[in-house]
Write a protein that binds this ligand. Structure first.
Ligand code: F6P
Length: 328
């Protein structure tokens, strides 16, 4: 049976990601096209608690498809993790007669959404929006493609100077618990090695890889270090290598938050539009506690429980193998 949905709100939460604006646009316009009253919640779950909820129309989302960041703002909200915070958020939703929520964000956002749905029966659909690409059930999350392109552009420039000076660079990329950005950026930039949170690499193995390259006359070397790597970040690894192999002229670059900004790539704009469109249509069909994602170029639903189960998530094994083979 189709639910009687009249009012839908959308919010962005957690770390921002390029493509969030394109997604907000798609959610708002799909809702309006279907005769729904649309609302935006400012600053994620914090805005729900603070009653920062605004009506949105088709023009509220004009000329934002190309913008990074999020016009709705975002936040990491600790208060929403408490029963009191969540109850307050629910009261505010009810005061606006909002029947359903679209949340755009990563694992923290989905964890909050799942609890909200369980505690108050709120109908909710999640859209994976994080540069980390660490949610099970979608081959790609919003912002991931753009972030990789940003990393590639930076690493290519570093390669120029590394090569000119015969230097060894350690470049740290984002991914608190996930090596997705590091892995793909490593392949796309032809880096000599990559250090990932998902697999331990001993310093001895790393040095062996670097020495093999040096012996076959590689002039520069680049090691991509994921920020979540268990033995430490780029500075720690550079220090360990330098202690054992002083002859390397080493440098470190932390790419940091520049990876989160910028205009979304064509891929992210289209993904954002598809997922936003699908999220509203799913709510209108009666789906709830689901994530809309992309699997094999098809829109696919995954329960929030499954999407959040960390053991479901795996890096592609062929990519992992390629990092060793193609960097000789
Ligand atoms: O958005 C995900 C992420 O970029 C992680 O890779 C990173 O560890 C984290 O956010 C940093 O977030 P913030 O800048 O909000 O502390």
């Amino acid at each position: 049976m189709k639910p009687n949905i009249k009012n839908i709100a959308v919010l962005t939460s957690g770390g921002d990601a390029p493509g969030m604006n394109a997604c907000i646009r798609a959610v708002v316009r799909t809702g309006i096209y279907n005769g729904i009253n649309m609302f935006g919640v400012l600053q994620g779950y914090q805005g729900l608690i603070n009653n920062n909820i605004i009506p949105m129309n088709a023009r509220s989302v004009s000329n934002i498809i190309h913008l990074g960041g999020t016009i709705l703002k975002t936040a990491r909200c600790l208060e929403f993790k408490t029963d009191e915070g969540m109850d307050l958020a629910y009261e505010n939703l009810k005061a606006h007669d909002i029947d359903a929520l679209v949340v755009i964000g990563g694992d923290g956002t989905f964890t909050g959404a799942r609890r909200f749905a369980e505690r108050h029966g709120v109908k909710v659909i999640g859209i994976p929006g994080t540069i980390d690409n660490d949610l099970y059930g979608s081959d790609f999350t919003l912002g991931y493609d753009t972030a990789i392109n940003t990393v590639i552009a930076a690493v290519d420039k570093i390669r120029d100077t590394a090569d000119a000076h015969d230097r060894l660079f350690f470049i740290e990329v984002m991914g608190r618990d996930s090596g997705c950005i590091a892995l793909r950026a490593s392949i796309a930039t032809g880096s000599e090695a990559v250090l990932l949170p998902e697999q331990p690499t001993s310093i001895e193995d790393l040095i062996k890889q670097l020495e093999t390259g040096a012996a076959t006359k590689k002039s520069s070397s680049i090691v991509i270090v994921s920020e979540g790597h268990k033995q430490g970040g780029a500075y720690d690894i550079a220090k360990l290598v330098k202690e054992k192999f002083n002859h390397y002229d080493t440098k470190v670059t932390i790419l940091g938050h520049l990876q989160r900004g910028g205009s979304p790539s064509s891929f992210d704009r289209i993904l954002a539009s598809r997922l936003g469109f699908a999220a509203v249509n799913e709510l209108l069909k009666g789906s709830t506690k689901q994530m809309v994602g992309l699997r094999g170029n098809e829109i696919a639903l995954t329960s929030l429980d499954e999407a959040l189960a960390a053991h479901n998530f795996k890096l592609e094994s062929d990519l992992l193998e390629m990092t060793k083979v193609l960097s000789i």
